[in-house]
Design a binder for this molecule. Structure first.
Ligand SMILES: Cc1cc2nc3c(=O)[nH]c(=O)nc-3n(C[C@H](O)[C@H](O)[C@H](O)COP(=O)(O)O)c2cc1C
Length: 175
């Protein structure tokens, strides 16, 4: 079992994936981790849509002008949503759950990358969020924060270089 500090150090964004399927047990653990994420007042406003269909992954990959193309090569993607009415801090709630997904995936040897959805556009007429809402039949009242692309790693990346830690960003006592 890896220590959390090793998982955090080794997690890098994976944008190239192999064809190897993700085992159901691993997916279950990833989703369980998301459902155990903290949320404001424990209001658990999130919903997660697991997308595996190749055509749907392709549509997601085209939902932005840049920054999402690699999703078509992912084995699956988890769309992270939240009920806006349930939480005035749904962005934070959804983001923490997304981070849990990424860390749990890494601990299981599965690569991931965050694709921003909120505040992003496909083009001048359509938001990325709307593309996903139509594609996945997402009801009104739900907001989309991001998509986490998942799959076994098809690229090697060096772990975080700890000599580059921005230690000057830490302020103790006073700024
Ligand atoms: C809020 C947020 C939004 C991001 N959006 C995207 C994105 O749309 N497309 C993408 O390829 N990577 C995206 N990323 C991944 C970052 O580019 C990546 O985490 C960062 O460059 C550091 O690299 P690392 O994850 O390999 O350490 C996003 C990450 C975060 C936290």
């Amino acid at each position: 079992m890896k220590e959390l500090i090793d998982i955090i150090t080794e997690r890098r964004s994976t944008r190239k994936f192999t064809d190897q399927p993700i085992e159901q047990e691993k997916l279950d653990l990833i989703l369980k981790a998301a459902l155990m994420a903290p949320s404001s007042k424990r209001c658990t406003p999130w919903h997660f849509v697991v997308v595996e269909d190749a055509n749907d992954l392709q549509t997601i990959s085209e939902s932005r002008q840049m920054g999402s193309a690699f999703v078509s090569g992912a084995k699956m993607a988890i769309v992270v949503l939240a009920e806006e009415e349930k939480s005035d801090v749904w962005v934070e709630d959804a983001s923490i759950a997304a981070s849990y997904i990424q860390l749990m995936a890494e601990s299981l040897g599965i690569g991931s990358c965050w694709v921003q959805v909120r505040n992003r556009k496909k083009n001048d007429e359509e938001t990325t969020e709307n593309v996903l809402k139509k594609l996945l039949n997402i009801p009104d009242g739900l907001r989309a924060e991001c998509v986490i692309a998942l799959g076994y790693k098809g690229e090697e990346k060096a772990p975080f270089d700890q000599s580059k830690l921005k230690l000057d960003r830490i302020h103790r006592g006073q700024f």
